[in-house]
Design a protein around this ligand. Structure first.
Ligand code: FAD
Length: 432
């Protein structure tokens, strides 16, 4: 307990492991604290892991990291009760160099944290951080649930995930509001490799992702179905504000999706191996807290760094962890751990993809609340499916009539023609 560290990193998820690895490589004395039995033990995600940001820290990591399938095809399904509109993109260029993979957090986080350990970070697992130590207004360490209590450090890197206790403690942010987080549930379903490959039209190591829009009982949320080596990950995340408003439990939505005829045939015969739930930050750009203070920096989910449109979270976490690690190294060089010095981390985030991408979608949050959410995630997918059903049915009705009917259906969702135009404009602005 008397041991003093240059850096204490709280949380050994992608953000924390990246920060610890970077700082340890820079010669700093680093402690990596994780409350789970091992890194990843309690973590879950969809999940897709991206090459770019991890590669910047560990070149060609995919040759040794535990990964599942390399994603060559990404599909988007707009679901209605019995049907789906499907958009898909497949390109074999995604294989070499790989763009992204499916992965399991229990394996990946453990592997990633082991790289930080190999670089010299001291692992303190099965250790929960319960508070920060503040002296003269500066963070100078953390309190843990171990017998020997406190750990002192020049800088604390907060990477404790969406429910960030330390973020709240430092008043970097408030308790997240129900419209700033979604609750996701996920099942891992075992199926023989060959069956997965046949059903999804894949070769040996190739993978496919399907994002599911619609059939979330009118709540703002997305489902997903991803191929792992010999399992499928099926899940759905819905805004907590909607779950509260409608008093629905997320697993009811998941059970509904499992019964959907398009999903059912893909998971048929599979055996559920795991079930997990987790929050996802959805507040985006406007919910991001201040990223640094005297003696601390905050990264990843704890700082709302998730791009929900592109289901990117792990990569932004890794990027922010690396930037915080680098800021810790330069603070160590000058011996200055004040907010003025650590602000270089905030500046680096502002110049990075994290800030740029979250800023691009900053209007999106507005579309996630009722009644827009009900229109976008409930009525619209059904109307588009119905319109296509009519349009493609050869039933003797002239195409012009069918076209009129299709537009009327879409207008019906918006409330009228002008409302449809307004809604389209609002959507366009939110995405730009
Ligand atoms: P976390 O991964 O949450 O890690 C935080 C760590 O801190 C945990 O290990 C936790 O145990 C530990 N911790 C917390 N509190 C304490 C404490 N007090 N003391 C000690 N340790 C503590 N992202 C993608 O890139 N691709 C996807 O496909 C994707 N799909 C997702 C699907 C779901 C269902 C969910 C829930 C998320 C998904 N995400 C996805 C988002 C992604 O998982 C997160 O953005 C990412 O994990 C954030 O990393 P992090 O290190 O900031 O936080």
């Amino acid at each position: 307990a008397d041991e003093r560290f240059d850096v204490v990193v709280v949380g050994a998820g992608p953000a924390g492991a990246a920060a610890a690895l970077t700082a340890a490589r820079g010669g700093l004395k680093v402690a990596l604290i994780e409350r789970g039995e091992y890194p990843g033990a309690k973590n879950t995600f969809g999940g897709v892991l991206y090459r770019k940001q991890i590669e910047q820290i560990i070149p060609e990591f995919w040759k040794t990291a535990p990964l599942e399938r390399t994603i060559v095809e990404q599909r988007l399904w707009l679901l209605a009760k019995e049907s789906t509109v499907s958009v898909s993109f497949r390109d074999d260029r995604f294989m070499d160099p790989p763009n992204c993979w499916t992965g399991q957090r229990s394996k990946f986080d453990q592997w990633f944290a082991a790289q930080a350990e190999a670089a010299g970070a001291v692992p303190l697992y099965e250790t929960g951080v319960t508070d920060v130590v503040i002296e003269d207004g500066k963070v100078v360490g953390v309190v843990t649930d171990r017998d020997d209590g406190e750990l002192r450090a020049n800088v604390v890197i907060i990477a404790d995930g969406v429910n960030s206790l330390l973020g709240k403690r430092l008043r970097a942010h408030r308790e997240w509001q129900p419209d700033q987080v979604s609750l996701a549930v996920k099942e891992v379903i075992a199926l023989p490799k060959e069956k997965i490959q046949d059903r999804f039209n894949l070769d040996k190591n190739e993978g496919c992702t399907i994002e599911l829009v619609g059939e979330t009982m009118g709540m703002a949320g997305l489902g997903f179905l991803y191929t792992n080596t010999d399992t499928l990950s099926l899940g759905v995340g819905v805004m907590v504000s909607d779950l509260k408003r409608l008093k629905i439990k997320p697993y009811e939505v998941l059970n509904g999706l499992k019964q959907h005829p398009m999903v059912k045939r893909l998971i048929d015969g599979g055996e559920v191996k795991e079930y997990a739930g987790h929050l996802i930050p959805e507040g985006g750009f406007t919910a991001m807290p201040p990223l640094a203070g005297d003696g601390w920096m905050i990264c990843g989910d704890a700082a709302q760094m998730v791009n929900a449109v592109h289901r990117e979270g792990t990569n932004l976490a890794v990027e922010s962890g690396r930037l915080a690690g680098e800021a810790a190294i330069s603070a160590h060089t000058t011996g200055d751990y004040s907010v003025g010095s650590l602000e270089q981390y905030s500046k680096a985030v502002r110049k990075s993809i994290i800030h740029k991408d979250l800023k691009k979608y900053k209007g999106l949050h507005g579309l996630l609340s009722f009644p827009d959410s009900d229109k976008l995630f409930g009525q619209l997918p059904q109307a588009v499916n119905d319109a296509l059903f009519d349009f493609l049915s050869v039933d003797g009705a002239p195409k012009r009539d069918k076209q009129k009917l299709a537009f009327r259906k879409l207008e019906g969702v918006a409330g009228g023609r002008m409302d449809l135009v307004r809604m389209a404009l609002k959507g366009w602005r939110a995405m730009n």
